[in-house]
Design a protein around this ligand. Structure first.
Ligand code: SAH
Length: 250
């Protein structure tokens, strides 16, 4: 059988949130490539080579996947959540575009997964029930000024917002600035959902008003959802219910 690359999303963490299509692709694979904690979710078996690499080497990892596929391997590249959302799918296509011409003939499939934003939203109700946007708060691949501009304009447009990568050890102060920008831009208070390690045993969910949100409420395993001006909290406490109505009445 000729080689191919399948780029899959493993969902937010729980085994039963991995799609059957992704499970089948992993069963057919000869090689799994990905970031260490995601590859650790794949059960070892005979005939399967696990290639786990550290963070921030997405392009090396992508080239490796394409080289192995060109040599006839059935390669599965794993991401958490969905592979097209701040994850490996775009990295593989960057490597493909910059690589040798013959790579373009390789069969490449992207299999979707449940992204953290949707798993977090579902956990508290329907905070993304009306228009929303998703922003990666990491400034590894874009300037901070652009993040700040997008936050301001999203607040002005009254989108609900979903933030990936809100805070990490290498960026301890960025999220405090995000909260300052939002407090200045939003004009009124609105619910903020901190959803940590959704669908895993370490899951923690917290809903607070924007004016009371603090940087320590987020870490690198947290998804932050900020409501629009219409988002309502129907129930507080351990099992909160938050939703954004479908309509905006003029
Ligand atoms: N491709 C992934 C996102 C990768 S970026 C996806 O579609 O979900 C990594 C960020 O995703 C983390 O910093 C965190 O903000 C979020 N994230 C991933 N898994 C999560 C989970 N189980 N619970 C909460 N947030 C999660």
């Amino acid at each position: 059988m000729s080689g191919h690359v399948t780029i899959v999303g493993l969902g937010p963490g729980a085994d039963d949130l991995v799609t059957p299509q992704v499970t089948a692709a992993i069963e057919q694979a000869t090689d799994i490539i990905g970031y260490i904690p995601y590859v650790a979710r794949i059960a070892p078996r005979e005939g399967l080579t696990l290639h786990a690499t550290d963070n921030r080497v997405e392009l090396d990892r992508s080239r490796h996947a394409l080289e192995l596929a060109a040599a006839g391997h059935r390669v599965v590249v794993v991401s958490s959540g969905d592979p097209g959302v701040f994850a490996m799918a775009a990295a593989v296509f960057e490597a493909l575009e910059a690589g040798p011409e013959h790579w373009r003939e390789l069969p490449i499939d992207v299999l979707p997964g449940i992204t953290a934003m949707l798993a977090a939203a579902a956990r508290v109700g329907a905070p993304l029930g009306h228009d929303f946007c998703a922003i990666n708060l990491s400034d590894n691949l874009k300037p901070w000024a652009l993040i700040e501009k997008r936050l301001r304009l999203a607040a002005e447009a009254d989108f609900a917002m979903a933030f990936y990568n809100p805070r990490s050890k290498s960026r301890p102060d960025g999220f405090a600035r995000v909260l300052d920008v939002l407090n200045a831009a939003c004009g009124d208070d609105r619910p903020v959902i901190f959803a940590r390690a959704v669908s895993t045993p370490e899951e923690e969910i917290r809903v607070v008003p924007l004016t009371q949100a603090t940087p320590e409420m987020a870490d690198m395993r947290t998804m932050v959802l900020v409501g629009s001006s219409l988002t309502r909290v129907l129930r507080e406490g351990d099992d909160p219910l938050v939703y954004t109505p479908r309509s905006v009445v003029p």
